[in-house]
Design a protein around this ligand. Structure first.
Ligand code: FEO
Length: 391
């Protein structure tokens, strides 16, 4: 049975149950590529799917309408998880025109041979009457690509929100009220932290416009469709777009001979004296996907590595590079680590933290070889200083 969102509107996407690496993002619960069919006097598809799922997607559509009767394929976003199936879709739907904005047309032409494609280029707030239903388009630049767009269907108060409000969450349930809301919100948070985090200002601008619409249902391009709990995800976005800090301290470390690990545990113990939620995380045992999700809503974080080859441990370098790119806002920080000859790791960690805009709570804690009791006392004091930022 096809999933129907409202009369004549169907989910025709695909579930990618076992994808575990999404361009470096660890997708522990798989994903979905949501696409939708709007049936009216003229039929329209809203987005497609990853290229390898195009035959399955087209079979889903064909079960509902002949492919020759598809008049439009809306492309809200040119990224290949949604537009990769576009070339095969247009071959199978000979009467369909691609509906997108000018930036998306340019991006599609740089991904695909678009020779012979029919286009309908739309601008912000333009409408497209389908006969009985109307599509209206809203540019949402940098949420999360320059050409990103959302499509609104006023007759059903339904917003196709593209990546916004999405989750990498494979499920046989397509609606929020049929899924485990704890899992869904955790995956929505992970999605925000790993995909949308650098664009808080643009998210705020998009939410300001889109949340003013009459919304009965919000259908993103990944994960469940919001029809009962949209207020919950909207409230979460209000917090995430500002990286609103919880009373939470994160200690990230890499270690070689356990010295930096012992320092990390002592910093964590000092921070925990305040009653803050403290997590001590070995970056060699934890994905960067999880790490940035934890850092997004912390008040402060510490970063520790021994000095290796005049720098940090390679796994820590990878984590710091990832965090620097996503740039969680408004965090306080601390650098620490052990060394043998010169505390070069501290210099490198400090450079990354500065580039992230994470202000230090105090001077770094460096330790030659193994930490003695005085060093561990100093680490606990540093933990207390970190926790003082969490109110
Ligand atoms: Fe799900 Fe930005 O693509």
């Amino acid at each position: 049975m096809q999933t129907q969102l409202a009369k004549g509107i169907f989910w025709v996407g695909c579930v990618d149950w076992n994808v575990r690496d999404f361009h470096g993002y660890r997708t522990g619960r798989g994903s979905t590529y949501n696409a939708y069919l709007v049936t009216a006097q003229q039929n329209a598809l809203i987005d497609t799917v990853k290229a390898k799922y195009a035959p399955d997607f087209l079979a889903n559509v064909r079960r509902l309408v002949p492919l020759e009767q598809i008049a439009y394929v809306v492309c809200n976003h040119a990224e290949p998880d949604h537009a990769g199936g576009l070339p095969e879709t247009l071959k199978a739907c000979p009467n369909a025109a691609v509906v997108c904005n000018a930036k998306c047309q340019d991006a599609l032409a740089r991904h695909h041979d678009t020779t012979g494609w029919k286009w309908r280029i739309v601008k912000d707030t333009d409408t497209l009457p389908l006969g009985g239903k109307t599509l209206q388009f809203f540019d949402t630049p940098m949420v999360h690509w320059p050409e990103s767009m959302a499509t609104y269907l006023p007759e059903d108060a339904l917003l196709f929100s593209m990546d916004a409000f999405g989750q990498h969450y494979a499920s046989s349930a397509h609606f929020d009220d049929a899924a485990d809301m704890g899992e869904v919100l955790q995956e929505a948070k992970t999605y925000y932290a790993n995909i949308v985090l650098p664009y808080g200002r643009q998210v705020a601008a998009a939410l300001g416009r889109l949340s003013a619409l009459n919304l009965a249902m919000v259908a993103p391009s990944h994960g469940v469709i919001w029809r009962s709990h949209f207020a919950r995800i909207l409230a979460c976005y209000q917090d995430w777009m500002t990286c609103k800090p919880a009373k939470k301290i994160i200690i990230l470390y890499a270690s070689m001979w356990d010295s930096t690990r012992r320092m990390a545990d002592a910093i964590g113990a000092g921070a925990a004296e305040s009653g803050a939620d403290v997590k001590v995380i070995d970056v060699a045992a934890t994905s960067d996907t999880e790490i940035v999700t934890e850092v997004m809503d912390c008040a402060a974080f510490a970063v520790g590595s021994p000095t290796l080859n005049s720098g940090v441990m390679p796994r820590m370098a990878a984590t710091l590079t990832y965090l620097r790119g996503l740039k969680p806002k408004g965090k306080s920080s601390l650098a620490f680590g052990s060394y043998g000859w010169a505390p070069k790791s501290i210099d490198e960690i400090t450079r990354y933290l500065t580039e992230m805009g994470a202000a230090p709570v105090r001077e770094p804690v460096a330790c030659r070889f193994a930490p003695d009791a005085a060093t561990l006392d100093n680490c606990r004091a540093a933990g207390r200083a970190l926790a003082a930022t969490a109110t």
